[in-house]
Design a binder for this molecule. Sequence first.
Ligand code: ZN
Length: 180
Amino acid sequence: MWDDDYTGREMPAQQFSINPKTHSYHNNRIIFNIMKNTKQIQLSEHFSLREMTASGTAMQLNIDNTPDEAQTECLRNLCQQVLEPLRKRFGVIRVTSGFRSKRLNNAVGGVICSQHLLGEAADLHISNREVGRKMYDYIRNNLDFDQLLFEHRMANGCIWLHVSYTKRHPNRHDARPVYL
Ligand SMILES: [Zn+2]
């Protein structure tokens, strides 16, 4: 839950798709790995792997924050099931922290079992409490999600939404405010 990592950056989404008619499975794998390493993979209509792995801390400390295929798939599910519907309703959503490698999670002080490690969670920037509350209510009432935390860091007044989605078990729909 101590898991925000505000980069303040929004990377441009890059479009890329693999045409199954022109590429064999083997070639697709090779292309997937190349694209993954350069993070030029589109996870859903408006969210890219680059955006879901971007981290100022990782850049600063030279930490590799590349997810494996399973983690990438989890990010894709999160984008498709939660972030896209949220974007449709509220407009552009800024992800401040998505996937975190173990090293990055340690560096930002994330909890050991953080769903960010699996690619199942994202922290979302909210411009003010009212908008945050509307997004919180919208997710809680309309979407399938595992955990939804309206996080408040008391020391500096920072607020953000942490939302996760999983396929490891039925999503718990655990929504609550958290005061750090
Ligand atoms: Zn989080």
